[in-house]
Design a protein around this ligand. Structure first.
Ligand SMILES: Cc1cc2nc3c(=O)[nH]c(=O)nc-3n(C[C@H](O)[C@H](O)[C@H](O)COP(=O)(O)OP(=O)(O)OC[C@H]3O[C@@H](n4cnc5c(N)ncnc54)[C@H](O)[C@@H]3O)c2cc1C
Length: 558
């Protein structure tokens, strides 16, 4: 690593990879040497390197604390009434995400929050500007619907039909390479999109998207945006976790980090810094800069006390709500196909602030692993431990055991998993404790109207018609997310907010161009700057907004 760069980018997910590509490409276009450094706390995974042995939790969990920490691909943060799951690795959340690339509900851009404020900056016409940025995401990630839908997709269509919602069913666009002519499952193609990209295998329908795609069929960011950034000269440092940012007298910033592989601290300077550590990562980092924190015996003073008081506000789980329809009268085989394939589009409900119900999946490798545990399912202690960590460290141990006992592994073959997301109130707050650890405070009260409608709709599509009668529908038994049913605790894969955009510092932490108010040359672009729930899966919008931020940094002069 050089001692100084024009740009240091923190994190390599949707915000970081888009920024790395745009800024490096612009330097190249101007005939300047690339001077872009990307620091990512997670590991780099090459084709075939994603872990599969669920008995090795260190491969799956990312944790800072403990001797040397754990550097796996999932980071779980447990908060009040909500837990957040996100990815860690070169490519960020795209490594574990479920491939869905869809635009936000148009109604999002006009949302007024429960506090009575218009959330998106009013100086930008988002309806007019976003389509162009969405198009850029599409040209890079090449999303398209699955060409040959598997059984679970048909089951979701039938579920919609049964509830009189057939016209709401649709296949969703997935950032997956399906092969050139179809029927080529598992075949590896050199540079399949013919643009100087890496080899990728055609999707083999293994349902393991969630665990990292070992065939590189998923168009993750390390295979496109970041791939091209590196080829244009961007330097990417994996296992580098940024701990602090400090303004330098006379301009620019010093970025402090821990090299997790070498177990040594370091620092680098930059004229400009782009923080893209994700909703939880960026908010935690900026809270540490604003308020200071203690690490062991060392007290770190605040480095940027003038960050807006809006820091930490507008947290949203994007309305994520999971459920399973058991004992359906259809064979669903949820292990076959990409994890998500289709949706029931309910965006028009709740005055245009509705939701999307997607099918989910259960990778066969998880099922198979469970069976291998000595003593069988009921004593699969390590799996229970992993599941419990995933759901919530604050959930009683017995709950994970009850859930696990309910899971008859054969019954999974005709179970339909639902992943619902939509417009919640986005009124959560994030803060840090004295040690600089993120705390998430979320309360469902303002989102109850939304959650009730979701439950009512899930029940209608699952339990119609009544078991035994003929006609469309799957006639199943609905089980809501048990952590919600037991103690009103939700799990989100789609955290947003914390460093919201706003017209000025009383309304947000960053300007619509992503620049932090009072700190020129310091930008944030990732899920944390999104000031509301978006409705469906958010990564396309996060990437599109990051494209927009990139344009503004370039226009300012790099
Ligand atoms: C299981 C799962 C499935 C999902 N499926 C979908 C889907 O199908 N479609 C969709 O649109 N969205 C999906 N999402 C959500 C999507 O992944 C996120 O919205 C998206 O990745 C957020 O982009 P981001 O740039 O904000 O952050 P991220 O992609 O999370 O990137 C942040 C990066 O910063 C790194 N980082 C954090 N802190 C530091 C630090 N201090 N120093 C250095 N690096 C740091 C992280 O390791 C991470 O790599 C899914 C998420 C999960 C977990």
């Amino acid at each position: 690593m050089k001692p100084a760069y024009d740009f240091v980018i923190i994190g390599s997910g949707f915000g970081g990879s888009v920024s790395a590509y745009r800024l490096t490409a612009e330097q190249k276009r101007l005939g300047r040497p690339a001077s872009v450094c990307v620091m990512e706390r997670g590991k780099r995974y090459l084709r075939g390197q994603f872990p599969r042995d669920v008995g090795r939790p260190k491969d799956f969990s990312f944790r800072n604390e403990g001797r040397d920490g754990w550097h796996g691909i999932f980071d779980v943060r447990s908060g009040d009434n909500i837990s957040v799951l996100c990815g860690a690795g070169v490519g960020g959340g795209s490594l574990v995400y479920l491939d869905v690339q869809v635009d936000a509900f148009a109604s999002t851009f006009d949302i007024v929050g429960p506090e009575g404020r218009r959330r998106w900056p009013s100086t930008v016409n988002w309806h007019e500007e976003m389509p162009g940025y969405y198009a850029r995401m599409e040209s890079m990630l090449r999303p398209s619907p699955i060409p040959d839908p598997p059984l679970k997709t048909i089951a979701l269509r039938e579920a919609a039909h049964g509830a009189g919602m057939a016209e709401r069913f649709k296949l969703v666009d997935l950032a997956v390479f399906w092969g050139k002519q179809g029927g080529e499952r598992g075949v590896v193609f050199n540079d399949p999109y013919q643009r100087g990209g890496p080899p990728q295998g055609a999707c083999q329908m293994c349902g393991e998207c969630f665990l990292g795609c070992n065939t590189h069929s998923k168009n993750t960011l390390d295979l496109n945006y970041l791939w091209f950034a590196e080829r244009a000269g961007a330097e990417v440092f994996s296992q580098h976790r940024v701990t602090r940012i400090e303004p330098r007298p006379g301009g620019g910033y010093t970025v402090y980090f821990d090299d997790l592989a070498a177990q040594s601290p370091g620092s680098v300077t930059a004229r400009n810094v782009v923080v893209s550590a994700g909703t939880t990562g960026s908010t935690e980092l900026m809270l540490k800069c604003k308020h200071g924190y203690r690490s062991g015996r060392t007290q770190f003073a605040p480095t940027m006390p003038r960050i807006s008081e809006m820091l930490g506000r507008y947290f949203s789980g994007n309305g994520d709500f999971g459920a399973v329809a058991f004992q359906s009268r259809r064979v669903t085989e949820p292990a076959v196909g990409p994890t998500i394939t289709a949706a029931i589009d309910c965006r028009d409900l709740l005055d245009g602030h509705g939701f999307y119900i997607e099918d989910g999946g259960i990778p066969e490798v998880l099922r198979a692993n469970m069976r291998l545990y000595p003593g069988g399912v009921s004593t699969g202690q390590r799996v229970l431990h992993w599941l419990r960590g995933l759901v919530s460290t604050r959930t009683p141990a017995s709950l994970a055991e009850q859930v696990f006992d309910l899971l008859d592994l054969e019954a999974v073959r005709n179970a339909l998993v639902y992943l619902t997301m939509g417009i919640d109130a986005a009124d959560g707050v994030m803060s840090i404790d004295q040690a600089g650890q993120l705390q998430i405070h979320w309360d469902h009260t303002q989102s109850m109207r939304y959650l009730r409608k979701v439950e009512e709709t899930l029940r209608a599509i699952s339990e119609t018609p009544v078991p035994g009668s003929d006609g469309p529908g799957i006639a199943a038994n609905l089980m809501l997310n048990p952590t919600w049913s037991f103690n009103k605790h939700l799990l989100t894969l789609h955290p947003l907010g914390g460093c919201p955009m706003g017209d000025d510092e009383t309304m947000g932490v960053v300007s619509p161009a992503g620049e932090i108010f009072n700190y020129p040359g310091l930008y944030i672009t990732d899920g944390s700057i999104i000031p509301t729930a978006l409705g469906p899966n958010p990564s396309k919008t996060i990437g599109a907004v990051s494209e927009r931020v990139g344009d503004h940094i370039i226009a300012k002069g790099i």
